[in-house]
Design a protein around this ligand. Structure first.
Ligand code: NAP
Length: 260
């Protein structure tokens, strides 16, 4: 049986490049997306030579709507693609008052708009086929405003919420959606964002992160948090959230908000 192709965004380096390598070794053909065509070509050549798989390079800046549309079209039309790794993302330095409208817009365009539109482009075809997998790369920062990366963290909270919602809507159609929440991982993201990590606590190696995420993928886990050693913590958080559900659907305001 031929294995489905995997389209990976942000495949030129970091987490996306390791996903490309791991799926190539599993025998999947690849479609690699990022802006830097030279780096994508070098990776594609190496993976073709080392594993014999076929690799297409699809250069695109996912913050530009016409280039995003090209990738959406590929996801809609290429029936070999059965797995989308929605990985491309950026961070930004500084606090909320230092960040500029342009940098905020770029961050949201890539981390939220592009990721959501790509998932939306591929989903109808997956539903029609009755199968397909979407991996959305979130972050533990999306769980913790305390990390004071408010806009970045909010984009990652969006990705987690979207993944949970998509899973509820789509799992009965055979679609698997995984949210992956890395913590600090050694990639170029820090330098690109202008964040100095030279004095930070030790982070995870990128290979270890992706291998753990793939264990979660193979188990069809919905939320995979590689750095979380005590899995019961996540289960407790999710159970507490679910316990709110019946409480928050009330027609009457709570007693404490009644003034008379
Ligand atoms: P990275 O090493 O900086 O890689 C980012 C990738 O995204 C690159 O391939 C880059 O390629 C691509 N990219 C950036 N801007 C793009 C654009 N406008 N259009 C298309 N592609 C673009 O970062 P990473 O650490 O691997 O990050 C991957 C994902 O993991 C992100 O979503 C990030 O938020 C998430 N994450 C990372 C960490 C961490 O500590 N590293 C922790 C939690 C979550 P080009 O420059 O060639 O376009």
């Amino acid at each position: 049986m031929t294995k489905s192709s995997v389209l990976i965004t942000g495949a030129s380096t970091g987490i996306g490049a390791v996903y490309a390598e791991r799926f190539a070794r599993r025998g999947h053909d690849l479609v690699l997306v990022a802006r830097d065509q030279t780096r994508l070509d070098i990776l594609a050549d190496r993976l073709r030579q080392e594993t014999g798989i076929s690799v297409d390079v699809l250069p695109a800046d996912l913050t530009l709507s016409d280039e995003l549309a090209t990738v959406e079209a590929r996801l809609r039309d290429d029936t070999r693609i059965g797995i989308l790794i929605n990985n491309a993302g950026i961070a930004q330095s500084g606090g909320f008052i230092e960040q500029t409208p342009d940098s905020i817009e770029r961050l949201i365009a890539l981390n939220i708009t592009a990721l959501t539109r790509l998932a939306s482009a591929v989903t109808p075809r997956f539903v029609q086929a009755g199968e397909g997998s979407i991996v959305n790369i979130s972050s533990v920062v999306g769980l913790a405003p305390e990390f004071t990366m408010s806009v970045y963290g909010a984009t990652k909270a969006f990705v987690l919420f979207l993944s949970q919602g998509m899973n509820l809507e789509l799992s009965s159609s055979g679609i698997y959606v995984q949210a992956v929440l890395p913590a600090g991982t050694y990639t170029e993201i820090w330098e690109r964002a202008g964040i100095d990590i030279s004095t930070s606590a030790r982070m995870m190696e990128v290979g270890e992160l992706v291998d753990a995420a793939l264990v979660g993928f193979d188990r069809r886990e919905l939320v995979t948090i590689p750095p979380l050693h005590n899995a019961a913590r996540w289960d407790a958080l999710d159970a507490a959230r679910q316990a709110l559900l019946s409480d928050i659907k009330q027609a009457e305001a709570a007693e404490r908000y009644k003034t008379v």
